[in-house]
Design a protein around this ligand. Structure first.
Ligand code: 6GU
Length: 272
């Protein structure tokens, strides 16, 4: 997959040289190119923003640098001899991180991990002149995505979040192919359940024992225990996710576990 990132802070993306993503880049699985928006400014101060029409606080990113940057970054590669019929090369998809975007979820990440080419346009200040999106739509699909209900100073950290989430789903990026399958929000994982607690050696640490069932070798009992833990954790941290599970996906044992968990949550809320 090719990923282009346009930003006024190229250094922000140094972390993409580390760990899984750094290795995937070295292996040629990921081709990540970071571009400085200011290379498409021509004044002494490399101006990228201006005051908003209609008034109001803050600054808006100017359309001209963005238009030129997107044209340059998404231009088809130069070939030595232009073929008479252009190949049906898969084009780019533009992602605009913005707090006003559609909430980014694992479902988006799964779909985007199959794309050949993504372009992230990192806005700062109050956002980018809206004509840039309308103009880009003439040439490529555009998605405005938000990573949560809070406001960041710019799209850079949101882009890091999305690039990492998308990249780790690509074949050959995760060390362990099963890890992504078992993720809390992976489609078809344990429904809508959060992953419960995990343990490793030593079996006793600071007087705390690993739950004995995990050492029992009884795989059925381990699976049942993990599901109980997942139900309890979900009831505690994300009760709204439980309401999305169809009734017939919860057997009697599940319902007993949840009844116990609800009693606990209830007693805590009374104590608070
Ligand atoms: Cl994608 N950008 C900004 N600036 N703030 C955000 C966001 C994105 N997602 C949540 N808050």
């Amino acid at each position: 997959m090719r990923i282009d990132i346009i930003t006024i802070f190229p250094d922000y993306f140094a972390p993409l040289e580390l760990s899984l993503i750094g290795k995937a880049r070295a292996a040629g699985i990921l081709d990540i190119r970071v571009h400085d928006l200011r290379s498409w400014t021509y004044d002494r101060h490399k101006t990228v923003d201006d005051t908003p029409y209609g008034g109001g606080p803050g600054m808006v990113m100017k359309p001209e640098p963005w238009g030129e940057a997107l044209d340059a970054v998404t231009a088809p590669a130069e070939t030595a001899a232009a073929p008479p019929v252009p190949p049906a090369a898969p084009g780019p998809r533009l992602i605009l991180p913005a707090p006003s975007g559609v909430p980014f979820t694992q479902v988006h990440a799964e779909r985007l991990s199959d794309e050949p080419w993504l372009v992230f346009a990192c806005g700062r200040y109050e956002g980018i002149d809206a004509r840039v999106v309308d103009d880009a739509w003439e040439r490529m699909p555009v998605e405005e995505l938000s990573i949560g209900d809070y406001v960041l100073a710019g799209g850079e950290s949101a882009t890091l979040v999305m690039v990492e989430t998308i990249s780790r789903l690509m074949p050959g990026v995760l060390g362990n192919a099963d890890s992504a399958v078992q993720d809390s929000f992976a489609p078809g994982a344990m429904e809508n359940l959060l992953e419960g607690a995990v343990y490793t050696k030593p079996p006793v640490w600071r007087g705390r024992e690993v739950p004995p069932v995990l050492l029992s070798g009884d795989h059925g009992a381990v699976d049942r225990w993990r599901r109980d833990e997942a139900l309890r954790k979900t009831a505690r941290n994300r009760p709204e996710l439980l309401r999305e599970i169809p009734e017939n996906h919860l057997d009697q044992h599940d319902q007993d576990v949840l009844r116990g968990a609800r009693l606990q949550v209830g007693s805590e809320s009374v104590a608070d």
